[in-house]
Design a protein around this ligand. Sequence first.
Ligand SMILES: Nc1ncnc2c1ncn2[C@@H]1O[C@H](COP(=O)(O)OP(=O)(O)OP(=O)(O)O)[C@@H](O)[C@H]1O
Length: 623
Amino acid sequence: MSRAVHDPHPPEPKPRPTTLLRGLAAVFALTLRACPGALATRVATVLVVGAAPIAASWLLKYVVDSLTSPDATAAALTWAAAGIGVLTVLLATSAAVGSYADARIRRATATRAQSELLEAVNRLGGLARLEQPAFHDRLQLAIQSAQGAERLVTAALQGAQGLLTMAGFLGSVLLISPVLAVIVVAAAVPALFAQLANSRHRADLFWRTSNLARRQIFYRGLLTDTQAAKEIRLYGLGSYFAQRLRADLDGINRQEELLDRRLVRHETALAALGAAVSTGALVWGVHRAATGHLTAGDVSLLVAALAGVQTSLISLVGCIAQGHQTALLFGHFLYVTQVEDDLPAPAAPVEVSPLRQGIEFRDVWFRYTDDGPWILRGLDLTVPHGTSLAVVGLNGAGKSTLVKLLCRLYDPQRGSIHWDGTDLRDLAADELRRRISVVFQDPMEYDLTAAENIGLGDLAARDDLPRIHAAARDADIHAALARLPQGYDTMLSRMFFPDDTEESASGVQLSGGQWQRLALARALMRSERDLMILDEPGTGLDAVAERHIHDRLTALRQGATSILVSHRMGTARAADRIVVIAGGVVQEAGTHEELMLLGGAYAELFRTQAEGYVEQPAEGSLR
Ligand SMILES: Nc1ncnc2c1ncn2[C@@H]1O[C@H](COP(=O)(O)OP(=O)(O)OP(=O)(O)O)[C@@H](O)[C@H]1O
């Protein structure tokens, strides 16, 4: 079946600005999912805090006018004053309840957003996206925006509150003088546009500096990482990396400083304009009252309205700017959570049955990037069920690439790989992977207990100690783990304490070879495995251990299929079939004896290694 050419490294599109409304809708939806109760409480406080000052200032106008009027009754005045008191109490309590609701919204949305983001990243079936620097930049910004997503809700609610207050007070100013109302609104328009432009510049700055920001996190990690500490000290790299970190931070700071200067100029001018408009309006009001056109109550209302309008305008403009900036950043969160999978899922996945016939690579072409070199160039390879295959070749020949393609961590650009005749692209990647057990060249060292490090191989059996012990025995690591201070419960970490409680019970570090055996035990936990792949498991193992493990694995195989990538010819020779990868294709294939007879690349590799083990006669004995 011919397939459309698939690009395993789809390029990252340039970020498209997210509109305030789209971002707002998305964050409100997120908050509703995270904490609907707190959101409802916050909306109620917004209504109270937004409307109460207007009601209070109208009551105050009534009180002031009544005090200067002979018709006013003491009872009405007292009720009006009490009304102001009730509104003040409501305002004070709403502020406290609002802060509490804000804190709940902040915690709940940040937690929800982070987990939705990590789930989305985990949904990506392959490695291609995760290996793109531009995707990492976006991910970094998405994590930042997930942590501060609630700022958009808070800004929107505060903005709504400001809008409510402003509308009420503007209505009041409108009643006193329509012209004045227009002037007050007009004075706010430049502020609004300036703030929107500023927030766009700030979001641009985040995007432009995200690469620098990621790099300084990398340097900081290097300088504090225990694994890196050995080389950093040995080569005296500490100050060098510290300087590079400093240079990156300086680069970010310089760009931020430029932007801040621009913002301070705008904000100073706008604040001066707002103050001038308010003062002018106040002078006008006092003059109108002095000439008998306004009452004393009108002036008190005007004073309250001008202050109210100015304060809510500033807050509203600030909220829109903050909201706009957060919405632009939130665009990265939306992108990452909605990004297309780098491995297209089959429309109707075929069930992955236990391997019966074998694996077949048919004319497989693969390269990691569009402009990179082809690593595989039309590779054909068959691994019949129940046989063992050894893959050998020089560094960089593409042996690990072949393994990753077989696990469907990437799809080939051309050609196909088949599991019992079914193209891997027609199988669900996670089901396929359940049937494969791999020990990679660089296995993970989890900062967890020894038992957990093995149990992760089959999550459903992570507490099944007899199985964990059996896997450890097969990987020849049981005795070493049993001897640890807390046995299998020993934390294999110098970074964390067991259960974060007992500071005295610090963890231990294993040796490189022991970690490798642990990874092998983890791989052996896979109960449904049909295919075992060992990608250079011997690099950290001593010769005795490798021989022992190899014999155990051969015994364990019992009709199962296995692929071994190895530079150790002594181990590779025992496989049923050996292939030499070179130039992106299978250069030679056969049994050890056949390949030695052929006298090609394999025979040369084998002899070169074997010569290293033959004892040379001492010079004197030559005579
Ligand atoms: N994730 C990646 N992105 C880009 N290029 C890669 C990636 N992984 C490997 N390569 C390149 O692909 C080529 C083949 O790498 P691969 O790891 O498959 O070789 P190998 O035969 O396993 O080598 P070794 O014996 O050193 O382990 C190398 O040139 C390497 O630089």
